[in-house]
Design a protein around this ligand. Structure first.
Ligand code: AHM
Ligand code: MG
Length: 323
């Protein structure tokens, strides 16, 4: 039975990156312990202020961000950090070889209902072609990611990780270590389950509406078979389900001004999830091109997201192209 560190070593991961992933895992264990305690640790409810994106921060958003910042900021190999909860990149060590970006607590609206939440993270190489601590460090293609993953704080705490190869699933054991429990997650090309917030239906473009209506029509419609629907309200939970049993997840662009480019953030939500999905045999698109080919021109840039079963994502792309 492999532990996280023994598996990373057998995967040939560079020792500096192994150390960094170990610290990410350590931070997530601290967060997991607080999540498990919930109201008993006084971590539920609002923190009383907003982040740069105008979202009210929950106490756990702030706690998770602080834990990750403190843990990773100490590491000499970290050049800078970017977080959903930080307006600007956080400079760390000029000589550091890596940049880390994260959504410290994804699915914030699930915190107070004891629903699925998680930490999404990605690691990029630091750039030598732009000033060492400039925000341009993070203007990178998703294909540059050297590692991407998330920790899901569900009934069990699980770490899903790729370092370029297979997507591995680890489960947090009672003794406090992550143990490999699935060697390679795979997403089948076809699916019968979709995840989308249907309350936004009236704000979508006509092709997106038409595509979803075909799924809803099931066996009576042009697809000729039934589709089921699930929506967690936490990308981390929805993408986890897609990785575990297939399906397609969409957060399309919509006509409301705040989310006209989609709601999810490219750097620390879409990029890492896209790498996990592609490395599990699925596809991740912004509706036109691959999410991994996009470069964030702003730290908190949003992007439409369509990911999961390869054939289904292809169908969405074709439907959108027809207009
Ligand atoms: P968060 O990072 O502030 O939690 O917001 C992102 C979340 C995603 O996890 C989820 O897919 C989406 O927002 C849900 O949005 P909605 O409330 O529109 O369903
Ligand atoms: Mg999020």
């Amino acid at each position: 039975m492999h532990t996280l560190s023994s598996q990373l070593r057998s995967d040939g991961v560079a020792p500096e990156l192994e150390l960094l992933i170990g610290e990410l895992a350590a931070a997530s264990k601290t967060i997991s312990a607080k999540v498990r305690q919930g109201a008993l640790a006084g971590v539920l409810g609002s923190a009383g202020h907003e982040n740069v994106q105008g979202e009210t921060q929950k106490k756990l958003d702030v706690i998770a961000n602080d834990v990750l910042k403190q843990t990773l900021g100490r590491l000499a190999q970290v050049r800078a950090l970017a977080s959903e909860e930080e307006d600007h990149p956080v400079p760390c060590h000029v000589e550091g070889a890596y940049l880390v970006a994260f959504d410290p607590l994804d699915g914030s609206s699930n915190i107070d209902i004891n629903g699925q939440i998680g930490t999404i993270f990605t690691v990029y190489p630091a750039r030598d072609d732009v000033p060492a601590l400039s925000p341009e460090q993070f203007a990178q293609s998703g294909r540059a990611q050297v590692c991407a993953g998330y920790v899901l704080y569900g009934p069990s705490t699980q770490l899903v990780l790729t370092t370029g190869g297979p997507v591995r699933l680890y489960t947090l054991a009672q003794d406090g270590g992550f143990v490999l429990t699935q060697e390679a997650l795979r997403i089948e090309p076809e699916c019968s389950e979709f995840a989308v917030n249907l309350a936004n239906f009236r704000h979508w473009s006509a092709p997106v509406q038409a595509y979803i209506q075909k799924l809803q029509a099931g066996v009576d419609g042009p697809r000729g078979r039934d589709f089921n629907m699930r929506w967690n309200g936490a990308m981390v939970g929805d993408v986890h389900r897609v990785l575990m049993r297939g399906g397609i997840f969409l957060y399309p662009a919509n006509t409301q001004s705040k989310v006209h480019n989609g709601k999810l953030r490219l750097l620390y939500e879409a990029h890492p999830m896209a790498l996990l999905v592609e490395n599990a045999g699925g596809r991740a698109s912004d509706g036109q091109g691959d999410i991994l080919d996009r470069v964030a021109d702003q730290l908190h840039q949003r992007v439409p997201v369509v990911l999961g079963a390869a054939c289904e994502v292809q169908l969405v792309v074709e439907t959108l192209a027809q207009g």
